[in-house]
Design a protein around this ligand. Structure first.
Ligand code: B3K
Ligand code: ZN
Length: 883
């Protein structure tokens, strides 16, 4: 057990820094076993904060070896400053001064992958949120914005490429085979956006002409072997640049934009000014090695990081509590971009499924926090689904309430007003309000109240008057530190459908004029009634279209209503939603029957919906694939008060089998129609066809017929792209055909052993397979030569996938799955606390399960809690989980 409790930081304690750093000049001398970092800062007291007398200057620093300190060119003796584990402080004698500091660091020993570290043979940095303090002493907080100049010196043979933010302004050679490059970034920025890269990298180059006619030099740097895999990232970058000009009026500002791919990276990518550093999994894409999902992820992440240049870099966060200011907004921006590039409805369905299975669970667990948290122990723990995905939903609601034009007026004002500043979520809202004359005072509760609101709705038809009234009641369950919640503003996009499925004209009592056939109701009270008048027949409401608010909507539809909506709702998203909720209802009913020990009987209406959808040629095949995908086990767990994981798994499997057997003939005809030999292209139309074909193949394999097996093996062998090959492998791995499964896995590993990203897939497919013996298989795979705990992608694809996607094996009743996960967390806590902390999520959700499992999970949490010198990252999650 640690003796000293890590400190909690509170939003309410925010105050401006005592000093500003106007200029930062850095020189890095990179060597094989260490690096010397020389910094020279022009510092000035913050007159607003100084008060009486000049405050001490207190700089942040972590794991640094301090070599020297110079104040205005005078070397300070050790008595002239104090330093401890986390700070360096001194008493300046003037209001403005130059401070020069030299530190020595060990990038090779930096396994936490934060600060300056080595990934393979290259040096790279990750500074957000608080990694810069692992490089040198600094005011490492986002409201301190400085102009950076960076010189990198290294061996020319080993590190021919030396990069940092901004534009290269000088370069030269030193004796002894070393060389140097100086970079200057004209835009003031917080230290978290600093980046440095040094390595032997090859360059893929292109250019982009901005709307004002400037030519931007676009560069992607990768290890030479990956040269052929950058085309899609480059295209995505150019599309993102164009889109941000067209949709937000935002033009790129520097003359050069660089992306570097690294293999060891804690997350997806990082938006450092002019020098984005990417996990190679979010850059590299080639049809033979990357799936359609990977192609789409590359496009989305490239866009996301690029969009940060405005939403995050030009306008940044005042403090880390405001993280969603840049992340929620940028996720919303990238989602809209992806929607425009591919199918908007399918993108929305994917995002909503993900949010409901995962963010809703976070909101209901021990780590629940508002979109703008009030406090944290370790900021790295708050790069969460709530800050990102729910934050994006909050921005989406503002977009819905203002309409696209009002929203654009608001963002124009926001960017104009705050360009070059570090601001808050309030500033964002204020700009939207001012540009539109709107009042979002109540709406801002979405930023301060945690938890997923419940929205109960009831409809009442009055035939005598031709009116239909909708009564809404909202509530929000308590979350840690927040027992009572005030009503939210909940925009409900909706329509009323007649018996043919047509949208009826909407007229609201008390309002003049009509609202057209679709409208947005703004629910602001705990209980609120809307009455629609002049209706010719009893309508069926289509509610919360496009998931217009991140709430749990409960409407007492009969199953027949859901069937009707699934077949007839003109809104594609709500057609999917109706089919999903029908499937949820059927599955939940069957879980009860199974638990009661009664035989399972299939509701024919679900089969009927699937049959209709499969036969509807007017539907986008990607939509069909989404509609016939049953709700995930994770979502069913989230929905349950207390989840019976065995029952959920058995019932869901049984329903899948039953659907497969019943619809076999129709599935075959679709598979045959879509099994076409055409050259691969990464385009929406092909994504859609492959998505349906492979979903259908998954079902067909459940019939366990020889025909299905042959088709699957043939697809595995003959596929001309990784999407089809991998789908066949997944189907084989989850089948009882052991010989073919083993052969396919062996062949796949042999063929792709030199492609780490493909091997990640190979690990993940096996880790997620619900077959018995899952834990033993994962333990065996940990010994595979391609596996290492040092690489976050490997950890995610094996341990992460097992614990979060293989519920039946992870939750085995003897608790061995939990023990395994805890063992890995304890190991990783010593090397990479951020990754260790991420792995805590499944254990933190222990309250969802039965008492026996709860005890087993708590036992592992307590064991983790007992580790001496636990990182603050893991400490925060484990202590909150046990609280
Ligand atoms: N801003 C980074 C995330 C940094 C996470 C630091 N622990 C990537 C992104 O959201 O674009
Ligand atoms: Zn981001």
């Amino acid at each position: 057990m640690r003796t000293e409790q890590p400190k909690t930081i509170h939003l309410k304690d925010y105050r401006e820094p005592d000093y500003w750093i106007d200029e930062t000049h850095l020189t890095f001398e990179l060597f094989d076993d260490h690096a010397l970092v020389h910094s020279r800062m022009s510092i000035r007291v913050n007159p607003g904060e100084a008060g009486d007398g000049r405050p001490d200057l207190v700089l942040d620093g972590q794991n640094l070896e301090l070599m020297s300190v110079e104040l205005d060119d005078k070397r300070l003796a050790s008595g002239d400053f104090q330093f401890d584990e986390n700070t360096l402080s001194l008493k300046p004698e003037r209001d403005t001064f130059e401070l020069a500091i030299t530190t020595r660091i060990k990038p090779r020993e930096n396994t936490a992958l934060e600060g300056l570290y080595q990934s393979g043979s290259m040096f790279c940095t990750q500074c957000e949120a608080e990694g810069f303090r692992k490089i040198t002493y600094y005011l490492d907080r986002p409201d301190v914005m400085s102009r950076f100049t960076t010189t990198v010196i290294a061996d020319k043979g080993d590190y021919p490429v030396l990069l940092s933010n901004g534009n290269p302004i000088a370069r030269g050679d030193h004796d002894g085979g070393r060389h140097w490059v100086t970079w200057e970034d004209p835009f003031p920025k917080p230290a978290y956006l600093f980046a440095l890269v040094a390595g032997d990298l090859c360059l893929i180059q292109d250019s982009f002409t901005t709307m004002s006619g400037r030519t931007i030099d676009l560069r992607i740097y990768v290890e030479p072997d990956n040269r052929e895999q950058c085309g899609h990232a480059m295209d995505s970058l150019k599309r993102s640049m164009r889109w941000d000009e067209e949709v937000y009026g935002r033009e790129y500002d520097l003359d050069i934009f660089m992306i570097v791919a690294v293999n060891d990276f804690n997350m997806g990518a990082m938006e450092n000014k002019g020098l984005n550093v990417f996990n190679s999994s979010c850059v590299l894409a080639h049809p033979e090695t990357a799936t359609d999902a990977a192609f789409q992820r590359v496009e989305a992440v490239v866009a996301h990081e690029y969009f940060h240049n405005w939403s995050g870099n030009r306008v940044t966060c005042r403090d880390w509590f405001q993280l969603s200011l840049k992340e929620g907004f940028t996720v919303f921006r990238d989602a809209e971009f992806s929607a425009d590039m591919n199918s908007a409805t399918v993108k929305r369905i994917e995002d909503v499924s993900f949010l409901r299975a995962n963010q809703f669970a976070e909101d209901a667990g021990p780590m629940a926090h508002p979109v703008r948290p009030d406090s944290f122990i370790e900021i790295s723990n708050f790069y969460t689904l709530t800050v990102y995905e729910k934050g994006a939903e909050v921005v989406r609601m503002l977009h819905t309430l203002l309409g696209p034009e009002g929203f654009r007026k608001g963002t124009d004002l926001y960017f104009d007003r705050h360009d070059g500043q570090a601001v808050t979520c309030d500033d964002f809202i204020k700009a939207l309000e001012d540009a539109n004359g709107a009042d979002f005072t109540q709406f801002k509760r979405w930023y301060s109240q945690a938890g997923t609101p419940r929205l109960n709705a009831e409809g009442r038809w009055d035939a005598a008057t031709g009116t239909f009234s909708l009564l809404f009641r909202q509530s929000c369950p308590p979350t840690p530190g927040q027992s009572e919640k005030l009503p939210f503003v909940i925009p409900v996009r909706m329509a009323l459908l007649d018996g043919e499925g047509n949208e009826m004209p909407l007229r609201l009592a008390g309002e003049d004029g009509e609202r057209g056939s679709e409208t947005v109701l703004s629910i602001t009270e705990a209980e609120q009634l809307f009455t629609f008048t002049d209706l010719s027949e009893e309508p069926l409401p289509s509610l919360l279209r496009g998931f217009s608010a991140p709430v749990k909507l409960i409407y007492p539809y009969h199953r027949d209503d859901r069937v009707f909506l699934a077949k007839n709702d003109p809104d594609g998203f709500n057609r999917w939603e109706a089919a999903q909720s029908l499937a949820v209802d059927v599955l939940q009913g069957l879980v009860e029957i199974h638990v009661a020990g009664r035989p399972l009987m299939m509701d024919q209406r679900l089969i009927d919906v699937y049959r209709t959808v499969l036969g509807d040629d007017s539907l986008d095949p990607a939509m069909v694939a989404e509609i016939i995908r049953l709700p995930s086990e994770a979502y069913l767990v989230e929905l349950a008060e207390q989840a019976d994981i065995d029952a959920i798994h058995i019932v869901r499997d049984w329903v899948r089998h039953t659907l497969a057997v019943t619809l076999e003939e129709q599935l075959w005809s679709i598979y045959r129609r879509l099994d076409e030999r055409i050259p691969y292209s990464a385009e929406a139309v092909q994504f859609a066809r492959r998505s349906l074909k492979n979903t259908v193949l998954g079902y067909l394999m459940l019939t366990e017929s020889q025909d299905a097996l042959s088709a699957c093996v043939r697809q595995f062998v003959e596929a001309n792209n990784m999407t089809d090959r991998q789908a066949a492998l997944v189907a084989l791995v989850n089948s009882p055909f052991d010989d073919q499964k083993r052969a396919a896995l062996t062949e796949f590993a042999e063929r792709w052993k030199d492609y780490p990203l493909v091997m990640d897939q190979w690990f993940s497919i096996q880790a997620s397979a619900a077959q018995p013996g899952g834990l033993e298989r994962v333990q065996e795979l940990m010994e595979h030569p391609a596996f290492t705990l040092r690489n976050p992608n490997k950890v995610r694809s094996l341990i992460g996938a097992f614990a979060s996607q293989n519920l039946i094996n992870f939750h085995r009743s003897d608790g061995e799955g939990y023990r395994f996960l805890a063992d890995q967390i304890l190991l990783l806590d010593g090397t990479n606390p951020q990754i260790a902390s991420r792995l805590m999520t499944p254990l933190s959700r222990w309250r969802k399960y039965d008492p026996a499992r709860q005890n087993l999970m708590k036992r592992e949490l307590s064991r983790i809690m007992g580790k001496p010198e636990l990182s603050p990252d893991v400490f925060e999650v484990v202590s909150k989980s046990l609280a």
